[in-house]
Design a protein around this ligand. Sequence first.
Ligand code: GLC
Length: 459
Amino acid sequence: MKHLKLFLAAALGVAALPAAAQEVDSEVHGRSATYVDPTDPQVLQKLDEWRDLKFGVIFHWGLYSVPGIVESWSICSEDVDWINRRWDLSYDEYKKWYWGLCNELNPTKFDPERWAADMKDAGMKYMVFTTKHHDGFCMYDSKYTDFSIANYAFKDNPKRDVARYVFDAFRQQDFMIGCYFSKPDWHCEWFWNPHFATANRMPNYKIKEHEEWWQKYKDFTKNQLNELTTNYGALDILWLDGGWVKGDDVDLDEVLVGARQRHPGLICVDRAIPGKNENYQTPERGIPNEQLSNPWESCITLSNDWGWVPNAPYKSPQKVINLLIETTAKGGSLLLGVGPSADGTIEEGLTSRLRVVGEWLRKNGAAIYGTRNAAHYHEGNFWFTANKDGETLYAIYALPEGETLPAELSWTGNVPAKGKVRLLSTGKSLKAVTRDNVTTVKLPKGVAQEALVFEIKTR
Ligand code: GLC
């Protein structure tokens, strides 16, 4: 794993995750080393609104969902431990088999309204959808390639322009809408040219020697970004993946001028490319060590994979709640990875877990949504958040998995002004005794064994 970390850090040109950062699964990459504040007031405004939401979902759905394997990466010929492929096939045969999955992806039970209702019930407020992953297979009806869900097994379905229906359904539930798009495209002949072998994730030819090929790739990518930001209704976030191709390589500035005329304030996330087009940072599969003041989001899978895989080891609701608490207290948002099945449904084992998260948020959401950084934000299992006015603080006890609550809880600082706090799950006031800056609260008998939130009035 260490090799992978170093390799990816080098390949992606980003800093590896700081050693002591919370490792959720296997670490992939940390946040960018620098953050540049946007200057467009509408972008700043939207970022501020986005920072209120805290909890979002990212769907990975594509060819890889048919066999239930790692998203796209198995066609990339890099010998790393997280890429598994079928050993009964040669690399070329394998790629052929993989591309052929377009004839099998036929999600006849695709019900985006159901997805949106389930994610809303989980307490999520924004959504990012893979319109095109690295394999180049479009989950929307692109004018610029035939390689899309609209042209194969699902072509006669009225919802073949899949992304449109996903975006519409989530818009109706008041989600902010994020468009995931991979800049690299391994199906595009101007990125992986058929005259050369494909040794790794990079373009497989010398750009300087074949400038016209690269220009065609750029035009293709710009055209696709323009169609997605023109024909698919209101967008809030353009989430660009594949940091080994920079936004600048595909004239992202130019795309954004038009896109922001159509979607004022559009947040652009040119992931892992520090600069003006990375409007928030996106550490992956881990949470930064410290509280940060710039906008950021951790994307973390609910299972171990981004897409659907059979018998996925989903994280427990408590684990998800604790990740959300820690992320929020450190000033970030949690983007949880969910993989819909190839038939278009979302597994009941997945939604049942998310329902528990939603129940917790219905009681305790005041400590999460719309909050901002508290100056003293962490002590042991306690995480603190603050209302925007700073006068109300929340002491959130993130109950570790497998532990039960003690009879009383204490924290240092963040002192309640009037000798009491309110337990959000019951709405009841509890006596709070503060001595030498340490506040102690006795828990009521029979309190639910879950993360607890104490509302603290500081005046
Ligand atoms: C990484 C991977 C990609 C995945 C993404 C999600 O950058 O390359 O497969 O879609 O993370 O965060």
